[in-house]
Design a binder for this molecule. Sequence first.
Ligand code: ZN
Length: 130
Amino acid sequence: MIKFQVTTKSGTEMIDVTVQVRDAVEKSKLKDGVCLVFVPHTTAGVTINENADPAVRRDMLVELNKLVPERDYFTHAEGNSAGHIKSSLIGNTKQIIVENGRLALGTWQGIYFCEFDGPREREVWIKVTE
Ligand code: ZN
């Protein structure tokens, strides 16, 4: 397993980690297989989406925050239930095909670490297998 750190700077944020994942695949020396990207947190996630226009990320976060705001009736003592819910909606795992030693992503796709209860020090775990 390969791990790397992500430092988030705000409450909700999407951070491009495509380069770090690509580096992990290169380090593994695997030619053909699957790269598993796993986020070991309960108020964060990982998604694949457009890497060209940053407005897409902004719009996604605005809408997610509208969809799941913090509610007066939430009972979780830590006060971050909205983050837990968004984490489950987005999910904490992605799989990407590795072909000829490279991540097989679409032209406009990037891999994003999604922070839902920042700022925090976070980790991403990578497993590359045949
Ligand atoms: Zn909590």
